[in-house]
Design a protein around this ligand. Sequence first.
Ligand SMILES: [Zn+2]
Ligand SMILES: [Zn+2]
Ligand SMILES: [Zn+2]
Ligand SMILES: [Zn+2]
Length: 489
Amino acid sequence: MQEYSEKLEDIYDEKLGRHLVASLSIEPGETLLEEQPLLVAPHWECDRLKCAQCLQESYVICRRCQVYPLCMDCSEHDVFECEFFANGAGSGIGKDLLIKNYGIFALLKLLLLLEQPDKRAQCQILLGRPVKLEDYRNEEGVWQEHEEQVVRPIMDSGLTQTLPNQQLTSDVLHAHCIRIDSNAYEVTARDGDTLKGVYLRGANLPHSCVPNTVVALDEQFNLKLYAAVPLESGQVIYTSYANPLMGTSQRQHQLRMTRHMECACERCLDPTELGTHMSSMKCRDCCDGYAVCDLGGTGNWRCLNVSCGAVIPAADVHELLAEVGGALVDAKGELNVYESLLVQNKQLLHPNHFLLLDIKQNIASILRAAALMNSLNDPCKKLLERRVELCGDLLPICRAVMPGISKLYAIALFEYLLSFVEFTELQFAEGDVDKKGYAAQLERAQSVAKEALDLLQFEPENSAEGFLTERIGMELERIESDLMKYGKH
Ligand SMILES: [Zn+2]
Ligand SMILES: [Zn+2]
Ligand SMILES: [Zn+2]
Ligand SMILES: [Zn+2]
């Protein structure tokens, strides 16, 4: 069910708990771990019923157990679960248990796995891990959500009496919820919805915002972890649970909320965020200075120009970020709102600031849609040119925050490639560039496509990235056939 490379060693220490280290040197792209999910389930807060078998939208209820939702294509689901409610210990439970309390889906799945001796044995790695409930109990958010959506409905349903061997109390159920959360990756269903995939090993690796591995998931939610960079013997295997396109304080907030951890990786400890300046501010006092956060000290932002050193209080920065963040939510896809946000905040933030990147990505995706709808006239060319510029701005940043083999960078290259090729073709069609110039542009596109394909070569075929690989391959063929026509012979 789960296999990991013999080049890894399972070790324990105080700081990281149980974790994996390389025991030999490992090449980028080498598979480190392959694992099927223990369970895949909707998020706690999901209220749209999903088929118990394939997790797509559900329309009917299982005729046998009358508890689990199914879709039109699936006539049955897990035999143990079905039997438990049809004729087993759970047959006396109200048939509307799941329909009324859909949030319990993931925990119910775990509880019924634990009823089966062989499955229970596999789960030992999960159950053996201590959970400090005190760390969670006083926190409003997570505890409250588990209590309302999951724990109380299960306690009230009478289910705990049907599983006497597990000695379920509300504390045990809370600990299970936390174990599920801390062993989950967000996975994407075939219909595009996001679900939670729980993996005993692959989703409980230590975190770094600059991970040395890549997580690949295929359509059946099988996980493959591979090396992103060369690994030396003794190096700890890291994954990332944070969004790399957020600034340090936002990533740290996300990690605190979802994983109860403080990150002290090289990026989090570097006020310039690996030289990207994704959280840097423009200095208010000198014209060319940028201010970075004084991380270990006051927490205020200070201008890096030695002759200036002006300070921006942390409170001012956080207020501005909250304001821009709010405006981004309110912008709701309005192009001119994003454009004016960009103009305003360019005065205050470093050009690579994560909020400017966010605004630019929004503009680029609106322009992509607009370019599709527009006919080949002049304003379209301006739109395309702008899109090339915006997509280009993102490239060096994606490259810097995810070294080695990076899906993030591959996807950014793909977006850039599409906009660049469209723009170049239009320029050529309208006579703005001659054959020679066009061929040179195509060569550039060819190298971008090849770089993206290179980064995606270790992804499984039946995955979103596998389809992306196919798409880029088609684009590359087109570019190369044009190059044959117009390029050097
Ligand atoms: Zn189904
Ligand atoms: Zn059933
Ligand atoms: Zn970090
Ligand atoms: Zn300054």
